[in-house]
Design a protein around this ligand. Structure first.
Ligand SMILES: Cc1cc2nc3c(=O)[nH]c(=O)nc-3n(C[C@H](O)[C@H](O)[C@H](O)COP(=O)(O)OP(=O)(O)OC[C@H]3O[C@@H](n4cnc5c(N)ncnc54)[C@H](O)[C@@H]3O)c2cc1C
Length: 565
């Protein structure tokens, strides 16, 4: 049985950064990914990464902007760590080879991003995630004597010992269908977000909430699950992202009357208010009949106001996306966008070292985790930072913890259960509903009812649908009966994860009877600090229903105040 001090599930930015840190600290490390590491979703990150690098900037300003962006739900101890460690992390990336954009005087160039009080986003054109991911992967290759790689292996569940500690995982080799138990002194979940619960989404097909659901099923708490980010600029046709970098470079948002309507909603920051504010403003314009396009369901993003040379240099990917996926030359005409699902602020609850409370040996970092640096709303370009800072800290902490522990021997019972489950999915008769149909209904239901504006009736409806789909998924069938690259059966398992994540999201959204950050309840339109300035934690009851509890928000230096942009 393979055994490692630190086993990391996920090879995006959080996972790779954790692997390098754990290896540097002397641990034996392995990293597992269901896709080739450089196809991890981090590769899609476009606009950049925040750090108070400018001499006129200060990490406290970055931290305050983040706290305010979170609508005061973010935990300030974690935010202080993230923002104070950011400049060193970005310089480290530079030193290992990330070619950040530089200005005419040769210094790192910084672009404006939403909710930030000054320019503090370092970037590589609009391919920042790809640039960082490839450099980290080069480093992982360099560490090949210390970091084992299980590429195209799919983790199906976590293995706990009799005391409830995490001692390994079960995984399936996607290429052969072989199942294996892996022992580990520590497991770090770095398995990314759950955007596929929604349709459309800016997220890739692999973002199915696997780690969130696996931790939840293992008894870990998940937190802030109601906080789903709708990004203001996604293509009406298919939900593809147009990076916030476009507005950072100066692009305008226009309604059907050609008005820069953000003047009404955020007169100081205009298009660069925080994402929840801009998305709500756009949706209000659309709902009140001032949208653009044949059905009035869009808003114009006018990038023609940015000098063409600059667009071609700094936003070259979205030039291609505009042409290829909307048939629009963004240097010559406005492009139609609308708010679309983009990011999940919630996830597996952790402390500032990535440790998951109640499950010794389990860590989480990156989009799968909720250390709550984003609270009710994430600021653009803070996610890449979150992945790297808390990926590194998790790797370091897990390596130190491993030093004092004997290697556990994970029980193989879980593997037998998982293998039997997979065999039963493959054997299902081809009748009833297909897995893909259920996924489609889930995504559409979540997008129709758990989006920018929510209310009790919509949320209750979404909950009923999710519960029904959970039942239907138990007998839904797939076509592929083989073992080699059977993505069909993995899709069935992923659907189960998405249903768990969606249920937690809906239940938490019903529970939070106020409007804060990304959760806007038309039936409770005000923020209510007296009753709701707290996290909603969800854990799993024995009967597979979510159990709700609350935890305190951590405050250090900033007290809640009215949020204006
Ligand atoms: C289009 C787009 C643009 C963005 N731009 C920016 C930006 O400019 N700045 C910013 O800060 N943020 C941005 N974000 C958000 C940011 O990219 C993500 O939040 C972040 O990259 C997530 O990184 P991660 O390491 O947590 O997960 P990911 O990069 O998603 O990696 C997850 C890993 O887990 C593995 N995995 C998952 N499940 C399993 C399983 N069952 N078994 C084995 N392996 C598994 C996957 O194979 C993958 O390797 C953007 C997001 C999108 C969608």
């Amino acid at each position: 049985m393979p055994a490692h001090d630190v086993l990391i599930i996920g090879a995006g930015l959080a996972g790779q950064r954790a692997a390098l840190a754990a290896a540097d600290a002397g641990a034996t490390v392995a990293i597992m990914s269901k896709v080739h590491p450089v196809r991890s979703h981090s590769v899609a990150a476009a606009g950049g990464i925040n750090a108070a690098i400018n001499v006129a900037d200060d990490w406290r300003s970055h931290a305050y902007d983040t706290v305010k962006g979170s609508d005061f739900l973010g935990d300030q101890d974690a935010i202080e760590i993230m923002c104070s460690e950011a400049p060193k992390e970005v310089m480290h990336l530079e030193h290992i080879g990330v070619t950040f954009h530089r200005n005419e005087t040769g210094e790192l160039d910084l672009r404006a991003f939403g909710g930030a009080s000054m320019k503090r986003t370092a970037y590589v054109a609009d391919i920042t995630g790809q640039a960082i991911l490839h450099v980290l992967y080069e480093q992982i290759m360099k560490y090949s004597d210390r970091v084992d790689r299980y590429e195209e292996w799919f983790t199906t569940s976590l293995v706990l010992d009799d005391d409830g500690a995490c001692v390994g995982v079960v995984a399936r080799d996607i290429r052969t269908g072989v199942m294996e138990t892996f022992s580990a002194k520590n497991v770090i979940l770095a398995s990314g977000g759950a955007g596929q619960c929604f349709k459309p989404t800016t997220n890739g097909l692999i973002c199915t909430g696997d780690g969130i659901a696996q931790a939840y099923r293992a008894g870990a708490p998940i937190m802030d699950m109601e906080m789903i980010q709708y990004h203001p600029t996604t293509l009406v046709e298919n939900g593809f992202l147009i990076t916030e970098g476009a507005r950072g470079e100066g692009a305008h948002l226009l309604n059907a009357a050609g008005e820069r309507f953000m003047e009404k909603y955020a007169p100081n920051k205009m298009e660069l208010a925080s994402r929840d504010v801009v998305s709500r403003a756009e949706q209000t314009e659309i709902n009140e009949g001032r949208g653009v396009g044949p059905n009035g369901e869009g808003i114009y993003l006018d990038i023609t106001v940015v000098p063409k040379k600059r667009t071609l240099e700094a936003l070259r990917e979205i030039v291609n996306i505009g042409k290829d996926f909307a048939g629009v030359d963004i240097t010559a005409e406005p492009i139609m966008i609308r708010p679309g699902q983009h990011y999940i602020m919630g996830g597996v609850k952790t402390d500032v070292d990535g440790q998951v409370p109640g499950v010794p040996g389990l860590y989480a970092a990156g989009e799968v985790a909720c250390v709550s640096v984003h609270g009710g709303n994430r600021l653009g370009a803070n996610s890449l930072l979150d992945t790297l800072i808390f990926g590194r800290r998790s790797g370091e902490h897990a390596a130190a913890r491993a030093a004092g522990l004997p290697m556990p021997a994970a029980s193989e019972a879980q593997m037998r259960d998982d293998a039997a489950e997979i065999a039963s999915i493959i054997a299902r008769p081809r009748e009833g509903r297909r897995i893909s149909e259920i996924k489609d209904e889930l995504g559409t239901t979540m997008n129709d009812n758990v989006a920018v504006f929510r209310d009790e009736a919509k949320l209750q409806h979404a909950h009923e649908v999710v519960r029904r789909l959970k039942e239907e998924a138990k007998t839904a069938y797939i076509d592929d009966r083989g073992t080699v690259f059977n993505q069909d059966v993995l899709g069935a398992i992923e659907l189960g994860y998405m249903l768990d994540c969606s249920e937690a999201t809906v239940v938490a959204a019903i529970e939070r009877k106020e409007s804060r950050g990304a959760q806007f309840r038309t039936d409770y339109p005000e923020r209510n600090d007296d009753e709701w300035l707290k996290h909603i934690d969800i854990s799993r009851n024995g009967d597979d229903t979510p159990h709700i509890s609350y935890s305190e928000v951590t405050f250090t230096q900033w007290q809640p105040e009215e949020r204006k942009y």
